[in-house]
Design a protein around this ligand. Structure first.
Ligand code: PNW
Length: 494
């Protein structure tokens, strides 16, 4: 059944995909933004330098057994000291934007918002100024998972509503210091992953994993309110003067119904509600999705009228992180009501004679380019066609110590991945979806959270054994040609 479904979706995709073989920059609007993305904890390093305070990932990574290779982000790929080199690489590849995140505990070391750390301000000033000098637009995420440790230890981080106020103070400090030059702001990265992996499976910091608890829903709720408060401050105090835009980054794996049965179709819709609707419904439609409210009952917090007001339309654009897709079918739940069971879905990626797409290195990541076109159309339809930036998209290779460097650099599957997913974006634009930008994840190989340095998502290879030297992969050369308007046929410089 899976194989048949796959065949039919792929036939539909191929018949639409007449643009794929001739994919070029010209298929995107002239002002369409092409960028690369990273996050502070994953690339910056200098964890104990420049007055930075500890964050929850410092503690989590130093806890035995949490990270696959036992490593951490104390040095990472040392972008703190090499930011010029990295910005020069962005320029060389021909991108015009860089999405990076600010480390909250570099600005406010204990998160309390009393004493700003001037060295931290100086670092981001230098980075932003250098980006602008080289003609690259800075797109700044305020929170990409590295909560100041003190806020977790003294008041349970995202579980407490006091975090809303601390986040607001931090956000305001960033707007005031950098907003004269930063015109694209993102409040939070993937609140879904923080809620589910930080407060349910426990594979992300702060590693909470009580089986049946309201924690993931509370963490999500407070993230939404913190987002809305920051946006409200930006719009009231800065937007007129600075003229920038502000949004939220959500992530979603596409859920394709396995059959045309109504049970499977509603299961797939529910799967999307539990990822995307959880965050976008309160913003665009005024409350959590009905499917979540019905199933979760008292586990799901309730918005006050004041909350609803501040959340409504609290984005200028939707940031969408997307990597992969699943077939989804209905599965009756036998009494368990934690985040996954309550959804009553089976997610199908592999079956006896096949899989939904080629496998990347991370076990959750399959190459399914048609999923992005469907997801973009879904967002446009459900939320009245808001401006969208694809803020992350990419795939990883296994770190393989024994392979010679030139083999590691020739990332053919990644080139195919980007070609397919970009074709998907260009088709969505043709369908009328208001996509304004696309950011490849990631600029460089980096600290891949619980998988440490064992997975490589970069367009640029980092040689961890040889002084963190950077080497462009074939995918970087492919982008270079694509962005110049030339066809990177084999993805190699010739
Ligand atoms: C994103 N999933 O996380 C993050 O924003 C990045 O920091 C990270 O490096 C990148 O994706 C690659 O993992 C995700 O399981 C992690 O669907 C997991 C999922 C999605 C996004």
């Amino acid at each position: 059944m899976e194989e048949d479904r796959k065949r039919s979706v792929e036939e539909e995709w191929n018949s639409m995909n007449s643009t794929n073989h001739q994919l070029s920059r010209a298929h995107f609007p002239p002002k369409f933004l092409f960028g690369v993305a990273t996050s502070a904890y994953q690339v910056e390093g200098a964890a104990n330098l420049g007055g930075r305070g500890p964050c929850i990932w410092d503690k989590f990574a130093s806890t035995e057994g949490k990270i696959k290779d036992g490593k951490d982000g104390v040095v990472a790929v040392d972008q703190y000291h090499r930011y010029k080199e990295d910005v020069d690489l962005i320029v060389k590849m021909g991108f015009s934007a860089y999405r990076f995140s600010i480390s909250w505990s570099r600005i406010y070391p204990d998160g309390l918002g009393i004493q700003v750390n001037n060295d931290g301000i100086m670092y981001y000033n230098n980075l932003i100024n250098y980006l602008l000098e080289r003609g690259i637009e800075p797109c700044v995420t305020l929170y990409h998972w590295d909560l100041p440790l003190h806020l977790d230890e003294s008041m349970e981080g995202w579980l407490s509503d006091s975090i809303v106020n601390y986040f607001a103070i931090y956000a305001e400090t960033c707007f005031a210091n950098f907003g004269d030059r930063v015109k694209k702001w993102i409040t939070l990265n993937e609140p879904l992953q923080t809620a589910v992996n930080g407060y349910f499976t426990g594979v992300f910091a702060p590693g909470r994993c009580e089986h049946l608890s309201p924690e993931p829903y509370l963490a999500a709720h407070h993230q939404l309110l913190a987002h809305a408060e920051a946006v409200s401050i930006y719009r009231r105090k800065f937007k007129d003067l600075q003229g920038g835009e502000i949004g939220l980054v959500v992530d979603c794996e596409w859920a394709e119904a396995l059959t045309d049965n109504i049970e499977d179709i509603t299961a797939a819709a529910r799967r999307i509600d539990f990822q995307l609707g959880w965050y976008l419904d309160p913003i665009f439609l005024g409350d959590y999705p009905k499917s979540m409210k019905e199933r979760l009952g008292d586990l799901l917090p309730v918005f006050s009228d004041k909350d609803k007001d501040i959340l409504r339309n609290s984005v200028d654009f939707v940031g969408l992180n997307h990597y992969t897709s699943r077939f989804v079918s209905h599965k009756t739940n036998e009494g368990d009501n934690h985040y996954y069971a309550i959804q009553e879905v089976t997610r199908i990626a592999e079956w006896e004679n096949g899989a939904i797409g080629e496998k990347a290195a991370s076990s959750w990541l399959y190459v399914v380019p048609w999923g992005l076109k469907k997801l973009l159309n879904y967002v446009a339809q459900r939320y009245n066609n808001p401006p969208i930036h694809v803020t992350e998209n990419g795939m990883d290779d296994e770190d393989n110590d024994t392979s010679p460097l030139h083999e590691m650099l020739d990332d053919k599957l990644r080139v195919a991945y980007f070609k397919g997913y970009l074709a998907s974006v260009s088709m969505a634009i043709k369908d009328g979806v208001d996509v304004r930008g696309y950011f490849a994840w990631s600029l460089v190989d980096n600290f891949e959270w619980q998988q440490g340095y064992t997975k490589r998502f970069g367009l640029v290879y980092v040689d961890y054994k040889n002084g963190l030297a950077r080497h462009l992969k074939s995918s970087a050369y492919w982008f270079m040609k694509f962005l110049k308007g030339e066809d990177g046929k084999n993805g190699k410089e010739d």
